[in-house]
Write a protein that binds this ligand. Structure first.
Ligand code: NAD
Ligand code: UDP
Length: 335
């Protein structure tokens, strides 16, 4: 089986590439490196012993993307490539609609043209927005609270309408908060510039690269007032994609699953766990709420357990230990 992975040098794409290659699947990566590094391809090879095919291609260029499909005989697509910062999407909504929506349209067009009938789409808990009833089930109404979340909801609509009209198979995975890194310490999250997500920020504070964490909001309706999220180890998440491909072996239609641990942890909880894993003190300051944030968000992932035979396995302690190993071994990211 040959799987095209858009965004495959990114954080989740690289871990998923490793997972698939370790299962003997051929991987073709397409990435424009706007938020990742070519070195990731070398690291994937070091971990797996297999070098994936790599195309430095922008999926917003339909002709370039078609060229990849012409060169490779693709069986399935896992579509990760997207911009993902909530705060940046509030500042630059058009950039987000352009990249995330146009890119997804092009991926679908290419699949249709080259008769590729299976797709796994990266979606996000951000599609639920303010619907409120935690733990969130897949049938909760979608009410994304920021432009990024709206691009994810539109991606879902595009992929499901397209898959239904063509009788293709699509699995939509709504990730909660992926953190941690591969246990080798060779790949991990490496945001360009200052991190916008909590865990890379905390780990850079622990490493002394950043002075202190700003805790965005301490007056939320949560047990300690700080935001609550459902953190999941990126390797557990990567395994979910393999299970999604297995699901599509014998099924057409559209299937949507929450991929989370089912447990909520506050920002202060995460600071404590990271201090334990790293043995370092995390300096922090309570700050204003961040625009676009919700107070609390955690998953009911029982449908994925039932239908994909998938369940999150790693503890928060392991997530923090793996995140810290990655940070220590790569103080300047992939440089
Ligand atoms: P990432 O930024 O590390 O990876 C995305 C990759 O896509 C990057 O390598 C980037 O260079 C590439 N890319 C972006 N636009 C592209 C384009 N037009 N053409 C080609 N490549 C392009 O992000 P990630 O955390 O690995 O996220 C992967 C997917 O998961 C995204 O779709 C994101 O929305 C979704 N997601 C992420 C999270 C999270 O917290 N990390 C949570 C929920 C959903
Ligand atoms: N957060 C924070 N400081 C930061 C980054 C994030 O306090 O520098 C908080 C944020 O408000 C949220 C939680 O940490 O409550 C997780 O944020 P992240 O951006 O990692 O994920 P998302 O908001 O997309 O779920």
């Amino acid at each position: 089986m040959k799987v095209l992975i858009t965004g495959g040098t990114g954080y989740i794409g690289s871990h998923t590439s490793v997972e698939l290659i370790n299962k003997g699947i051929d991987v073709v990566i397409v990435d424009n490196l706007s938020n990742s590094d070519f070195e990731v391809v070398n690291r994937i090879e070091r971990i797996t012993g297999v070098r994936p095919a790599f195309y430095k291609t922008d999926i917003c260029s339909r002709s370039e993307l078609f060229r990849v499909f012409e060169n490779e005989k693709i069986d399935s697509v896992i579509h990760f490539a997207a911009l993902k910062s909530i705060s940046e999407s509030v500042e630059k909504p058009l950039l987000y609609y352009e990249n995330n929506v146009t890119g997804t349209m092009n991926v679908c067009e290419a699949m249709k043209r080259f008769n590729v009938k299976k797709i796994v789409l990266s979606s996000s808990a951000a599609v639920y927005g303010l619907t409120g009833n935690n733990p969130l089930k897949e049938e909760a109404p979608l009410f994304p609270y920021n432009p990024y979340g709206r691009t994810k909801m539109i991606q879902e609509h595009i992929v499901s309408d397209f898959a239904e009209s063509e009788s293709f198979g699509a699995v939509i995975l709504r990730y909660f908060n992926p953190i941690g890194a591969h246990e080798s310490g060779l790949i991990g999250e490496n945001p360009k510039g200052k991190p916008s997500n909590l865990m890379p920020y905390i780990s850079q504070v622990a490493a002394g690269r950043l002075e202190k964490l700003f805790v965005f909001g301490s007056d939320y309706k949560t047990p300690d007032g700080t935001g609550v999220r459902d953190y999941i180890h990126v390797s557990d998440l990567a395994r979910g994609h393999l299970q999604a491909l297995i699901k599509l072996e014998n099924n057409t239609g559209v299937f949507t699953y929450n991929i989370g641990s089912g447990r909520g942890h506050s920002v202060l909880d995460m600071i404590k766990s990271f201090e334990k894993a790293s043995g370092r003190k995390i300096a922090f300051e309570l700050a204003e709420r961040r625009p676009g944030d919700v107070d609390m968000c955690y998953a009911d992932s029982s449908l994925a357990e039932k239908e994909l035979d998938w369940k999150a396995e790693c503890s928060i302690d392991k997530m923090c230990a793996d995140e810290w190993r990655w940070q220590k071994l790569n103080p300047n990211g992939y440089e």
